[in-house]
Design a protein. Sequence first.
Length: 184
Amino acid sequence: MKKILFTAIAALVIFQFDAQAQDKEFGIRAGWQMSITINDGEQVGGNLNTFYVGIFRDRSLGGSEFLYFHGGLDYSTGGWYTDDDNYRKIYYLSGPAALKVKLGPAFVQLGAIFSARLGEKYNLLGEDALTDETKTESFDIGAHVGVGVKIAMVSIEARYNIGFLDVNHGDRNASLQVGAGISF
């Protein structure tokens, strides 16, 4: 319950903007995500290929046409996958917050990402291995960098996320996202 409350409060803060402002943009985004888990500089298991989906809001900083605050709320799956008998899937609700620089149709983002674990599956040798001892931490904090291009109301983007916290006995999250968004 704490996770849902924390995420709801974070979403309200991120999306609390002046309703009359003309220098904002709202949209949805979705795409492919490749997640990996890193422990002591080494990859754990194999890549986990999934999807992500989310909403976002950009707001001009100081009326600038180039500099924006980017906030959002995303659902994604982190972890690793070796085969159907050996994997860890961690379901996250994340709130990215970034500085977004637009240069014509192209843009670059750099910011932080705050993630709350919604659930998890962990299998080893075909057996459920999820216990209180093996459960992933409830929260992760990281950074992301992204690039993209927006033409009319459609954007294509790529974003790399890296977790800073030890979420499970030295494990850290990382992911690459490639997708599209539609702005309203």
